[in-house]
Design a protein around this ligand. Sequence first.
Ligand SMILES: [Zn+2]
Length: 419
Amino acid sequence: MGILIKNVLLDNETKDIFIKGNSIEKIGSSIEKNADIAIDGSGKAAIPSLINAHTHSAMNLLRSFADDMVLDEWLNKKIWPVEAKLSREDIYWGAKFACLEMIKSGTTCFNDMYFSMDAVAQAVKESGMRAFLGHAMLDFSDESKRKKEIDAAQKFVDYAKKLNNSRIVPVLTPHSIYTVSREGLVWIKDCAEKNNLAVHIHLSETEKEVNDCVKKTGKRPVEYLESIEFFAPGLNVIAAHGIWLDNNEIKILKKHGVTIVYNPASNMKLGSGVLPFEKLKKAGLNVCLGTDSSASNNSLDMFEEMKFASLLQKSNAGNPVVLPAQECFDMATVNAARAFGLNCGKIKEGTLADLLLVDLNNTKLNPNYNLVSNLVYSATGDCVDTVICDGRVLMHGRKVKGEKEILRKVNEIFLKLKK
Ligand SMILES: [Zn+2]
């Protein structure tokens, strides 16, 4: 028993796909199998589902709360004060809301950094999505705060491990080099090594971050991290942004196998700068794609993000050849799967059943000379009809369970925060 998708377009051919358990068992023509769920794939194309490699899901509650401000002021005057008012239950509903939005726009896996992560884990568990979750650690070089933050990070790792759910993976998430002390960063590195956890950090997002770091340490951010031996051998570091990198820093990141997450919409909106994609590509770094939060994007739609990703690079380089559609699509699929050690990102026998059916009758996908071009340059999340993650149908015919209740709860929280 399993899921049988009949007559779906896959790599330009009409195929059947049979899913058993959480993986794709067979792809072929005229597969005859008993299935619990039969899906008519005609008029649809099967594509790998998208992976959002950097976000703060619960911040979906803060969409349109504060826009058009500089990062420093935006964080200090607006975001951090309102975040102090969020309860664990608010964060649960914020994450539920983000999961709903991601499913509706074809994302099945995300890499998240926030607070009350046990609430986020609960939301992910119920949504059926896959997620890499970590407690956002910020100690501002205050020793007692550091102790509390270390405790919270450790507690969440223990909690997530106990869930024993292959879709929910704990990671360690120091917010950034400017919000976490050297001691805090060293603790993260030691704990990640000991527990075999990935590390997710904001890095070199603004020019100010670099200038402040040089002033304080005499080194640029990546050099500083290397000097404190943050990049331990074999440690999987996933760095969001990576905009303000010089050639030596790129070399260091390559040497340590660091993955960079490109967040074009957030970077453009906050005026942070442009990812030096061509340099990173030349150096052989793995680059994935993320939306950042709905407070700085303001959407979690990875289809839009792919378009922004390509257009920003082309515009900045004055060259339409850079970052073509397929490379953009790879950032949101295979590159991310590689970064997180997931056996997905391509639809093949034996891979995880994480896939989408897009509606080929949607105007945005017509005419269909080139599906990948249409997906990157024309599609939006509403082209997605069906979402399957880990062998479970999370959306079919654009319907997701519990949608109305989630929206009702989010608007209750909105009325509370608005006061
Ligand atoms: Zn972020």
